[in-house]
Write a protein that binds this ligand. Structure first.
Ligand code: HEC
Ligand code: HEC
Length: 85
C-alpha cells in the first residue's frame, strides 16, 4: 500500500484524537460529592434525588445522565459513612 500525504495527515489526526481520549480518561472530570454533613450521610439514590431532582434545591443539570449509580461518576466524600454504592 502506498501512503500518500493525505493518508498521513488522516492518520495523524486519528492519533491525536485517540491520545486526547486516553489521556483525558485518566482523570475524573466529574465533580466530587461535597464532603459536608449532608453528603456524608445520604445512602440512597432517592435521598440524593430529594435535593437533586428538577424540583430540588440543587437540580442536576439539563441532559444529566439518567444513571442511578451516583458514585460511579461523582467521587464519594472522603468521610463517607454509608455502604459503598
Ligand atoms: C439535603 C439535600 C441534599 C442531598 C440529600 C444531597 N445533596 Fe448533593 N448538594 C446539595 C446542595 C445544596 C449542593 C450545592 C451546594 C454544595 O456544594 O454543598 C449539592 C451539591 C452536589 C454536587 C455538586 C458539587 C459541586 O462541586 O458543585 C454533587 C455532585 C452532589 N451534590 C451529589 C449528591 C449525591 C450523589 C447525593 C446522594 C448520595 C447528594 N448529592 C445528596 C444538597 C443535597
Ligand atoms: C454517568 C455518569 C454520572 C452519573 C452516574 C451521575 N452523574 Fe451527576 N453529573 C455527571 C456529569 C458529567 C455532570 C456535569 C459535569 C460535572 O459535574 O463536572 C454531573 C453533574 C451533576 C450535578 C451538578 C453539579 C454542579 O453543581 O455543577 C449534580 C447535583 C449531580 N450531577 C448529581 C448526581 C446524582 C444525585 C446522581 C445519582 C442519582 C448522579 N449525579 C449520577 C455525571 C454523572
Amino acid at each position: 500500500m502506498k501512503v500518500t500525504n493525505r493518508d498521513s495527515i488522516f492518520i495523524a489526526v486519528i492519533l491525536i484524537i485517540v491520545l486526547t481520549l486516553v489521556l483525558g480518561a485518566k482523570e475524573r472530570t466529574t465533580k466530587a460529592v461535597p464532603d459536608d454533613a449532608t453528603h456524608k450521610q445520604v445512602t440512597s439514590r432517592e435521598a440524593c434525588m430529594s435535593c437533586h431532582s428538577a424540583e430540588g434545591i440543587h437540580p442536576q443539570p439539563m441532559g444529566h445522565p439518567k444513571a442511578n449509580q451516583c458514585f460511579q461518576c461523582h467521587k464519594q466524600p472522603e468521610h463517607w459513612v454509608g455502604p459503598s454504592k
